[in-house]
Design a protein around this ligand. Structure first.
Ligand SMILES: Nc1ncnc2c1ncn2[C@@H]1O[C@H](COP(=O)(O)OP(=O)(O)OP(=O)(O)O)[C@@H](O)[C@H]1O
Ligand SMILES: [Mg+2]
Length: 177
């Protein structure tokens, strides 16, 4: 099977990790070689020490993109859920894949900020409101939505399994699942 990188971008609590992990289970059940490069996990290892400044966020995106390309060009299905707020950095990752001839799909998990703030899985939105933290993507830090993602998921209007299936179908269409 050819490898691919599926890049999930969106606001905190949008559903990136949940959708990617559920898709990973499905693909593994079918015998696929799948690696999930979750932004949070990478920040505890490869990107330990990076913060949330513009420069650090950019570095995080490019590092994950680099590893994703390495794995995907060697036949792994890489699912990369990370906020990745900057369009230019995501485009650089796309170019890296194009250069190595590796398929790349950008999935915009386009959950509105109000819905994300209600879900607030990690309590970040509440912490921002109380002044405990600042620089929260989509609230007081920029989020640049992709102009032409391969897939856009409006999770406030879709079930989890519908979102997972939509991405799965895009992979099947391209002969990547
Ligand atoms: N239709 C849906 N699709 C995906 N997730 C949903 C949906 N409806 C509710 N949820 C819930 O929304 C939450 C999304 O959290 P998740 O950790 O996946 O977000 P995230 O985008 O990875 O955030 P972060 O950037 O902070 O890691 C989960 O608790 C999930 O169960
Ligand atoms: Mg996540």
């Amino acid at each position: 099977m050819r490898g691919v990188t599926v890049w999930f971008t969106g606001l905190p609590s949008a559903g990136k990790t949940t959708i990617a992990e559920t898709l990973a289970q499905r693909l593994r059940g079918e015998g696929g070689r799948v690696e999930v490069l979750d932004g949070d996990a990478i920040r505890e290892s490869l990107s330990k020490g990076l913060g949330y400044s513009r420069q650090d966020r950019e570095t995080q995106i490019l590092r994950v993109g680099f590893v994703a390309d390495l794995l995907a060009r060697n036949g792994v299905t890489v699912l990369a859920p990370l906020v990745s707020p900057y369009a230019a950095a995501r485009d650089e990752v796309r170019r890296l894949h194009a250069k190595s001839g590796t398929p790349f799909l950008e999935v915009h998990v386009a959950t509105p900020v109000e819905v994300c703030a209600e879900r607030d899985v990690k309590g970040l939105y509440a912490a921002q409101r109380s002044g405990e933290i600042s620089g929260l993507t989509g609230v007081d830090d920029p989020y640049e939505p992709p102009a032409a993602p391969e897939v856009r998921l409006e999770t406030q209007r879709r079930t989890l399994s519908d979102s997972v299936y939509t991405v799965y179908v895009e992979l099947v269409k391209r002969g990547l699942a």
